[in-house]
Design a protein. Structure first.
Length: 250
């Protein structure tokens, strides 16, 4: 049996975390002593391990509680799934490290990185898929008009537009150290706003929505992270400043 203090030390969590897990019914102690202390047996330790694996995958506590509370929950199967997910996460991290290193060298002029290497996820096929999803989430008429506009362009113009978009994100990554509100970053966001006119004319709320999408949607976020760590979050902050400045000028 382990006390809260002992278990927190072993598992690398705080006693407060264990108390919280107990309060929400996620991890109950194996028994409560006469002195009021919580004690945890091996079964509780294994359950805590499962919880921490799920947390490593950024799963909310409520969802973890629902999954582990199911009658058909299989700990051995869950461990197998955790292992596979962690391997995928590790491989993705390795790829991101390589891409970040290449991008750093690209920005320093040490080597020329291909457009595909910078933003390989944003192919025309991927755009088509995202457009179909957008039609289901947003105003279908606006999305259809945007698709029609895009399809009306020649291949040369499409390539030029995509190349400009990639250039914008690389340039934005290069000024991250100056801050989201810096003149340099704001100039690039204004350039991004003009670039969006190639597809449609988003209003201020839609600009904010796009910035949120780039940060919250794993597919977009992954491609931004290939250019620079935390670029998607930096862009969201920069777009917020840009919109606030536009509104203050009205």
């Amino acid at each position: 049996m382990f006390t809260v203090k002992q278990l927190s030390s072993i598992a690398g969590v705080t006693p407060r975390t264990l108390h919280h897990y107990d309060e929400i019914g996620l991890l109950k102690p194996s028994r409560i002593g006469d002195n009021g202390y919580r004690y945890y047996a091996e079964e509780a330790l294994l359950r805590l391990q499962q919880i921490l694996f799920y947390r490593e995958l950024d799963m909310p506590l409520d969802e973890i509680r629902k999954i582990m509370g199911r009658r058909d929950f299989d700990a051995l199967e869950a461990l197998g799934n955790h292992r596979e997910a962690l391997i995928q996460k590790m491989e993705r991290t390795k790829r991101l490290i390589v891409t970040v290193d290449n991008t750093i060298n690209h920005l320093k002029g040490k080597n020329k990185m291909s457009d595909k290497g910078l933003f390989e996820g944003f192919s025309e096929e991927e755009q088509e898929k995202l457009a179909q999803e957008a039609e289901q989430k947003y105003d279908p008429e606006t999305v259809r008009e945007s698709n029609h506009k895009w399809k009306s362009y020649s291949k040369e113009k499409k390539d030029a537009i995509l190349a400009e978009g990639k250039s914008i994100y690389v340039d934005l990554a290069a000024v991250m150290s100056k801050g989201a509100a810096s003149k340099e970053a704001q100039k690039i966001v204004a350039r991004w706003h003009r670039h969006m006119q190639n597809f449609w004319s988003p209003n201020d709320e839609q600009l904010l929505g796009l910035a949120d999408l780039y940060n919250d949607d794993p597919r977009f976020r992954e491609n931004y992270e290939k250019v620079a760590p935390n670029l998607s979050e930096f862009m969201r902050e920069a777009v917020k400043v840009y919109v606030e400045n536009r509104r203050s000028e009205v």
